[in-house]
Design a protein around this ligand. Sequence first.
Ligand SMILES: NC(=O)c1ccc[n+]([C@@H]2O[C@H](COP(=O)([O-])OP(=O)(O)OC[C@H]3O[C@@H](n4cnc5c(N)ncnc54)[C@H](O)[C@@H]3O)[C@@H](O)[C@H]2O)c1
Ligand SMILES: O=c1ccn([C@@H]2O[C@H](COP(=O)(O)OP(=O)(O)O[C@H]3O[C@H](CO)[C@@H](O)[C@H](O)[C@H]3O)[C@@H](O)[C@H]2O)c(=O)[nH]1
Length: 438
Amino acid sequence: MKISVIGCGYLGAVHAAAMAQLGHQVVGFDIDSYRISELAAGRAPFYEPQLPEILASAGAKGGLAFSTDPAVVAGAKVHFVAVGTPQRAGGYAADLSAVDAAIDALIPHLAPGDLVVGKSTVPVGTAAALAARVAAGCPGAMLAWNPEFLREGFAVADTITPDRIVYGLPADPAQAASAKALLDEVYATALAAGTPLVVTDYQTAELVKVAANAFLATKISFINAMAEISESVGADVTQLADAIGHDARIGRRFLNAGVGFGGGCLPKDIRAFTARAEELGRGESIAFLKEIDAINLRRRQRVVDLVTELLDGQVFHKKVAVLGLSFKPESDDIRDSPALDVAVQLKGLGADVVAVDPKAIPNSMRTHPQLAYTEEVETALSGAHAVVLVTEWKVFRDLDPAWVAGLVERQLIVDGRNCLDPDAWRAAGWTYRGMGRG
Ligand SMILES: NC(=O)c1ccc[n+]([C@@H]2O[C@H](COP(=O)([O-])OP(=O)(O)OC[C@H]3O[C@@H](n4cnc5c(N)ncnc54)[C@H](O)[C@@H]3O)[C@@H](O)[C@H]2O)c1
Ligand SMILES: O=c1ccn([C@@H]2O[C@H](COP(=O)(O)OP(=O)(O)O[C@H]3O[C@H](CO)[C@@H](O)[C@H](O)[C@H]3O)[C@@H](O)[C@H]2O)c(=O)[nH]1
């Protein structure tokens, strides 16, 4: 099937390449000329494991093309909208201007029977409004909502073998049947493999997405709240998480306490959901999400406070090695990154911050040129008065405490991701502080 993807960022570029890998003819359109020129040359414009491989293999098969010209989408039967929906400047609501612009650019190239498929994360009610615009702009064209659940770092596998697929279909039965048939063809491989499919209306599909992210954020802030309590009484939140996680109704995943959640999704999605609920007069139903956000942001401050405490309040002109910049390992994404936030706060207190990250330095340098960066872990650690680990890249998890001890000025470490073995570090002479670990 001929497919177009509008918006080729962390979601859209992977979706385009994965759909081509599955045998579809795919064209990608984006207004970002750097991203498009990289993708057109078969290169990934950001770090995502497996993306270079599928770009190369799908490109070699000839089923994948990219352009900054919206006319490239003409002739495709299914058009995925995957543009950004960031937090609006100065507010909590989602900024839908890119979605509106994408629909405007798409409409002149639609033909009757075409299906526009929303993938971006949007406030509930958006799909119905866009469907009306699509129908007015091209009578006979349809819209479906098909939220995306991929995780960065696992985006290719999550796209090719998702754990579920959700279709939000038009209310009109004939349109719903046509839309479903087209989506079934797009996802034939995953459906044949038995991937669970939920077929529903627009508003449920939109809500599924934000509810899933709200639940994940709640799980993380729940365990971070337990970390705060643990800190008061000398308990160990990692053991607490193991113990409650053995209950299958709770589960151990997403119970890792630490510096909290960041990225281009969880933080802005819970805020946009809150704003939308308030617009609907239902703010009280999810008022707890404000607390989830507040707990999350407090953990960033806690890491900064622990570093300050270890340095006896004397942060000024002390060298602090910050291990990690991306919001999670296996990604170069620094959107709302707790790690970068900690680095900036420490710098603001006068520390001589030297940050190291395997992939996120170029992005960080662009947005935060005031920080000092190094590609070498050894350079970051040499002469450091304190070490703070804020993104649990394998290279940091595997550090040998005795080797690091030989590099630093003082053996003080804050493990902002609870990913190191406290006993091993303490045995090597370190003052170790985790998050909610006594
Ligand atoms: N990144 C993820 O893991 C992920 C997962 C699920 C859902 N989502 C949702 O998907 C959407 C995209 O997220 P992302 O992380 O890929 O963002 P992103 O910023 O990496 O990519 C968005 C892309 O859209 C492009 N764009 C903006 N306006 C455009 C226009 N008018 N026409 C064509 N292209 C345009 C931008 O240039 C950019 O390349 C968001 O709604 C996000 O919440 C993201
Ligand atoms: O136990 C945990 C698990 C995660 N995190 C943090 O939470 C953030 C988000 O992690 P993750 O959810 O793995 O990354 P994303 O790639 O942002 O994926 C989320 O956001 C996407 C965009 O909406 C969704 O598609 C995914 O399903 C959803 O997991 C990161 O900063 C993690 O460090 C924790 O602090 N503790």
